[in-house]
Structure formats: C-alpha cells, structure tokens
Design a binder for this molecule. Sequence first.
Ligand code: HEM
Length: 171
Amino acid sequence: MPSPRSNATTLINLFQKYNLDVKDLVALSGSHFNGKVRCFSIMFRLYNQSGSGKPDSALDPGFRAELDKLCPLDVDQNKTGNLDATPVIFDNQYFKDLVGGKGFLNSDQTLFTFPQTQGLVRLYSIDQNEFFKAFVEGMLKLGDLQSDQLGEIRKNCRDVVNPSPAPHVLY
Ligand code: HEM
C-alpha cells in the first residue's frame, strides 16, 4: 500500500511501474468512495504537515475542524473515520470532496492540488459516468497484474484466508 503521505508525483511514478497511467491512478483512487481510515493515517496531516508543525493548507477549514474533533492529538489512533461523505454508496462523492478540500488522506487531496491530476478529479466530480467507465478500465488492468498467481476471496478484506497469499502489488 502506498503511503498516505504520498504526493501525486510519487503516486504517478509508482503506478507507472505497473503500467497504470494517470487516468488509472485517479479513477482507482476513487475506490475510496467507501471504507474507513484510521486517525493514524492522518495525524501528520492535521498537526505537522511536512514537518511544518501546521495542518495541510489544502484542507477546507470546516472539514479540518471536524477531523480535529475526530482525531485530537491524544486520540487512540485506531479510531476510524469515513473515506468520503457517502461511505456506503458507490458514487463520485469522493471527487466532489476533493474539489471542496475535503479529501481524507493527503494522498487523496494531492490529486486535486497537483495540476497533472486536477483535471481528471474535476471531470469525475461532475460526470459520474466518466468515473464509472474509467474505474472499470482501471480495475481490469489492476486485476491483470496478478494473472500468474491465485488470488483469494475474503469476507473481511483485512482477514487473510490463505496463509501464503499472492503478494499484493499495490494493496
Ligand atoms: C493511490 C494510492 C493509494 C493510497 C496512498 C491509499 C491509501 C490508503 C490508506 C492509508 C487507507 C486507510 C488505511 C487505514 O488507515 O487503516 C486506505 C483505505 C482503503 N483503500 Fe486505499 N490507497 C490507495 C489506492 C487504493 C486503490 C487503488 C484501491 C482499490 C482499488 C484502494 C482501496 C481502499 C479501500 C477499499 C480502503 C478502505 C479499507 C477499509 O475500510 O478497511 N485504495 N487506502
């Protein structure tokens, strides 16, 4: 799993190594339309972005106040929040959140602040069908990365079924 501190350039380079282009990166990051994140993954962003002792300036102030409340400095960092504002709906809210400065992870928000990925984020925020199409293409490419090894179906993504599962390429 790439670091949640990653910026878009790092992510573009990483994905390129697996023949996943900028469009795949942005569309696949849309997987964060659902799921949970631990406070652990955003503490640096809230309190010490890039060693500055300050929060990430790309954060919407209202959203930052919500996150500060969810994850105060003395929080149990296993506490979780939602990755987007509509966590159990497969939709393009994730991209709308990024445009509004309400991306949960630094690696999410950076897709909007970086010029190379900003246009795609904006496009998917206004055109859900474009997002769905690109997501399908990206998922097919992602699936092909493991073609020589058996995968496994898990009831809970964090619970490994096979004791020696196929190595995860990105996840
Ligand atoms: C682009 C680079 C990516 C980064 C830096 C990243 C990072 C993360 C992080 C840090 C978390 C939260 C982990 C935690 O706090 O426990 C997370 C959750 C998640 N990610 Fe990503 N991710 C990326 C791409 C992807 C991709 C490509 C997919 C799927 C195709 C994906 C699907 C998910 C899901 C479903 C969750 C929620 C897991 C849960 O609820 O337990 N992510 N990601």
